[in-house]
Structures are given as C-alpha cells and as structure tokens.
Design a protein around this ligand. Structure first.
Ligand code: AP5
Length: 189
C-alpha cells in the first residue's frame, strides 16, 4: 500500500505514520526526519537544507525530490510506504506523480489530518524540538502550510484520493479512524 500523510506542523503526521507503518507492514518515510539527519551528518543535502529548516521555510523541490527518490522506490518494492511530510506543494505533488507513475510507485491514498491552529501551536510549543519549535518559527511554519500546502488538498480531492480525519482527538482514536478508512480503501482496490 502507498499512502501519504498530509497535515500542518504538529498535526501528528510522524506519530500516526509510525502506527500506520506498523499496522500495514509498510515503510515510514519522513521528509523532515531525513532532512534533519542530513543536516546532522553535514552532507551536501544537509548543507543545502539547513537554513530553510531553521527558518521554517520549505527546502527547494529539487533537493527534496533527489533525497526521496531512492527510499520511495525501495519501499515500494518491499510492501509500500507511508510518506510523511511530502509532497507539500502542488508543484511537488505534480512532479512526484509524473516520476512515480513512470516507476509504477504512485500514491494510492492521501490522508489529511485536520487539527485547529491553536492545538497545533500548543503541541509544538510543548514539544520544543529545537530551532524550528520557537513561537516565531512555529507561526511561520503554520503560514507556510496555509499558503503552500493547503491548496494541494484540492489536487488529491479532485483525483478522489483524499481521506480527511479529525486529528484533534487522542492518538489512539485518530489511529483507529485512519485504520478503518484505509481498510475501506484496501477492500475497494
Ligand atoms: P517536518 O519534520 O515534516 O515537520 P512539520 O510538518 O512541521 O511537522 P512536525 O514534525 O512538527 O509535526 P507532525 O505533524 O509530524 O506531528 P508529530 O507527530 O511530530 O518538516 C520540518 C521542516 O523540513 C519543514 O519546515 C521544511 O523546512 C522541511 N521539509 C520537510 N518536508 C519538506 C518538503 N516536502 N518540501 C520542502 N521542505 C520540507 O506531533 C507533534 C507533537 O504533538 C508531538 O509532541 C506529539 O507527541 C504530539 N501529538 C501528536 N498527535 C497528538 C494527539 N493526537 N494529541 C495530542 N498530542 C499529539
């Protein structure tokens, strides 16, 4: 199965992607985690991405696409993937579709975790991951989501591949909702 998890910063993409990966026996691929790993290891990708991450801006598409190509193809060959944090713009979604279709690894279903802004801010401030969890950078990340990522939801809705889940409930309830809806999609396939 090939799944996307879409949501604003703090919506619970990482938390739920881990559970979905376990439940369906697929690979969890997080663009944010991979970018942070590259920054820590000071690779060429990490050096290109570092300043964007610290500001809460999106890293250029070419850098992200280049980083994800291999892991996505490898995961597709071994049962599937749940992709957390990618794509994040209509342009990324379109480019990913073109590349993935050619390779036979295109996404089957996109899950949007809907959470009110006040709850997102509360969660991120409570977590305090580091440079990008300060009040100013959190506010900017939420603006970037609204202007760049939210319009992408229409792209998946138009293709009838979008499931929306209320992500403002406790972790277990959100996970249950996602599982039930994904099982429905699996039955239809
Ligand atoms: P990324 O790592 O993807 O961060 P994000 O989207 O800002 O999301 P977070 O990881 O902060 O939150 P999450 O939704 O995963 O929630 P989580 O489960 O952690 O991206 C970071 C940066 O990388 C971006 O700003 C950008 O610069 C760059 N980047 C990444 N992808 C890119 C791309 N495709 N293109 C360009 N640039 C890219 O949960 C958050 C907190 O809430 C945790 O403490 C958790 O315990 C808690 N929590 C989770 N669920 C619940 C719940 N149901 N109830 C209560 N608390 C909960």
């Amino acid at each position: 199965m090939r799944i996307l998890l879409i949501g604003a910063p703090g919506a619970g993409k990482g938390t739920q992607a881990t559970l979905v990966a376990e439940r369906f026996g697929i690979t969890h691929i997080s663009s944010g985690d991979l970018l942070r790993k590259h920054v820590t290891e000071q690779t060429a990708i990490g050096r290109a991405a570092k300043a964007y991450l610290a500001r809460g801006d999106l890293v250029p598409d070419a850098v992200v696409m280049d980083m994800l190509r291999k892991p996505v193809v490898a995961a597709s060959a071994s049962g599937g993937y749940v992709l957390d944090g990618f794509p994040r713009t209509v342009a990324q979604a379109e480019a990913a579709y073109e590349t993935a279709r050619g390779l036979g690894v295109a996404v089957e279903v996109a899950v949007f975790l809907e959470v009110p802004a006040a709850e997102l801010t509360r969660r991120l401030l409570a977590r305090g991951r580091g440079a990008d969890d300060t009040p100013e950078v959190i506010a900017h990340r939420l603006e970037v989501f609204e202007s760049k990522t939210r319009p992408m939801l229409d792209y998946y809705a138009d293709r009838e591949e979008l499931i929306t889940v209320n992500g403002a409930r406790p972790v277990g309830e959100v996970a249950w909702s996602i599982t039930v809806q994904l099982q429905r999609v699996l039955k239809r396939a």
